[in-house]
Write a protein that binds this ligand. Structure first.
Ligand code: HEM
Length: 499
């Protein structure tokens, strides 16, 4: 029986009792050690392997369990009009796991940095898992996945002296005009959310919803915090960082422990599934917002986080989200960035966590599942064992009671797509207009902070980079570009100062 105030007995992983956890086995009290000390060998070799590679981006994060409750849309316009996904069926409740993160720096970096915030949700639906791997800001820096490794390299610390440099960051950005809209968000107070509970979430990419007849609409997913939105000025963020660099993780964990469960309303925006030639931007372009007056936010449910992880490593570190993880009723759009992402996630997870990462409880579906996948490092169960199939049959098709294909309508056939194969840009790039609209939509305080932050960061850059950036801001809005130029002492040629 355990002593009062002391827990159950300690063992090795082999189940052997540990009777001395303070002293290694040695020849005499002064050593040397003996190799037969299995307890020490097991303990230290496991410790040596405690870390797995951290995520190449979004390494710092915090997460919680919760639920998604669809409420159906108001009036005669239910979400089921657009999608047959069971997760949206009124009256259901789906368990979720939501991981928030910062993007650029490592696993223990400060949570007060200017950075997008990850907002990744795993919905454990009755039809299998659905991952929505989003961010807090609703747009992104680039629209072609080929540019992603360069972008991340430029934003991460210098490969020689290991410091993040604004000169490298803006070197890349100044030659990627499509980033102007995202930069306008990021250097405003929206670039430092006060914590994870007071920020929005968005799927960012364009997806498709599929109805019972196989008809599709284009769709964006968004989340609005019921706690309200709160952002920080650079000064406020510095003050927090001086006393606590884990403030967002702490805020999330402590609020859930107190029983204050954070909630977000979930919305979709939809438009017909075509190219929309009437728009001066492309609905598949991830650098663009869908204006809410044209594409209203439709309420489809809410999420609540109500349980902290039992173990940070097992759940928060090893959870694996991916944009390829969709359920019936939700489909990919042709959005090139989405397609590029979809390869990257499971690829990195097979390396980062291991080939059987989907067997871990945090990643496995909660509905029945059965595959013929076998073996690989760390395999510890047979998917579907005990469901009545012949365990000798690890292949399909078979007449010997093996797993069989299910009778169900697959995803709808893709519309006929035709074009020349080649490295091509989308036609309606329109890189600056929405950045200008964003500038004009900001309050005076947000505009002042944006200019101060940009001038501060660009002051650390070469003149040629400053000029290119001012030129982009000028094309977004003359006042915007003019104020950044004035702050930097950059004189713009007349041609570039023109509308
Ligand atoms: C071509 C573009 C992109 C590529 C190639 C890419 C790739 C990656 C990779 C490799 C990871 C690490 C995953 C892991 O180790 O589990 C990751 C994490 C993440 N990415 Fe992306 N990403 C891209 C764009 C985006 C965009 C546009 C968003 C937001 C909508 C986003 C949101 C996230 C989030 C939230 C995580 C962290 C997920 C978690 O909490 O585990 N990424 N990304």
């Amino acid at each position: 029986m355990a002593d009062q105030g002391r827990g159950p007995g300690l063992t090795t992983r082999q189940g052997h009792p540990v009777y001395d956890n303070q002293n290694t086995r040695s020849v005499g009290p002064r050593g040397p050690l003996v190799l037969e000390d299995y307890h020490y060998l097991e303990k230290i070799t496991h410790f040596d392997r405690e870390r797995i590679p951290e995520r190449v981006v979004h390494a710092r994060g915090a997460a919680a369990h919760g639920i998604f409750v669809p409420t159906g849309m108001a009036g005669d316009d239910p979400v089921t009009k657009y999608t047959r996904a069971k997760v949206f069926r009124k009256g259901t409740e789906t368990p979720i796991f939501l991981r928030f993160s910062t993007v650029i720096h490592g696993g223990h970096s400060p949570e007060t940095l200017r950075d997008p915030r990850g907002f990744a949700i795993k919905f454990y639906t009755e039809d299998g898992n659905w991952d929505l791997v989003g961010n807090n800001l609703k747009v992104f820096f680039i629209r072609d996945p080929l540019k992603f490794p360069d972008m991340v390299h430029a934003f991460k610390p210098d490969p020689i002296h290991n410091r993040q440099m604004m000169g490298r960051f803006f070197d890349f950005v100044s030659m990627s005009p499509e980033a102007t809209h995202m930069i306008t968000w990021l250097f405003s107070p929206w670039g430092i959310p006060a914590d994870y509970r007071h920020m929005q979430g968005s799927g960012v990419n364009t997806y498709k919803l599929v109805d019972d007849e196989g008809q599709t609409v284009l769709c964006k997913f968004h989340f609005q915090p019921r706690q309200g939105i709160r952002n920080l000025t650079s000064e406020e963020a510095s003050a927090i960082q001086a006393r606590d660099f884990n403030h967002a993780t702490g805020d999330l964990y402590d609020s859930i422990e107190r029983g204050e469960f954070p909630e977000w309303d979930m919305f979709i925006q939809v438009m017909s599934d075509d190219e929309h030639p009437e728009l001066d931007w492309d609905p598949l372009d991830v650098t663009k917002l869908w204006p809410e007056d044209q594409f209203p936010m439709l309420h489809v449910g809410h999420i609540q986080l109500n349980r902290n992880p039992a173990d940070f490593h097992n759940e928060v570190e090893q959870v694996a989200f991916g944009t390829g993880v969709l359920v019936d009723g939700i489909d990919f759009s042709e959005d090139k960035l989405l397609q590029g992402r979809t390869f990257a996630y499971s690829d990195t997870q097979r390396y980062r966590v291991g080939p059987n990462y989907l067997q871990l409880p945090i990643n496995a579906p909660k509905c029945p599942f059965a595959t013929n996948q076998r073996g690989g490092q760390m395999s510890y169960h047979v998917d579907g064992a005990g469901q009545g199939a012949n365990p000798h049959v690890n292949y399909e098709p078979s007449s010997l009671n093996g797993l069989r294909e299910q009778e169900r309508a697959g995803p709808p056939p893709r519309p006929f797509v035709q074009g020349h194969i080649g490295r091509q840009k989308i036609e309606r790039t329109n890189d600056f207009k929405q950045a200008g609209e964003r500038w004009r939509s900001f309050s005076d305080a947000e505009r002042d902070e944006l200019v101060t932050n940009l001038v501060g960061a660009l002051s650390q850059c070469e003149r040629v980079i400053q000029e290119k950036m001012v030129c982009h801001f000028m094309q977004a809005d003359r006042e915007y570009g003019g104020r950044v130029a004035a702050g930097l002492g950059v004189a713009m040629p007349q041609r570039e100062a023109a509308e």
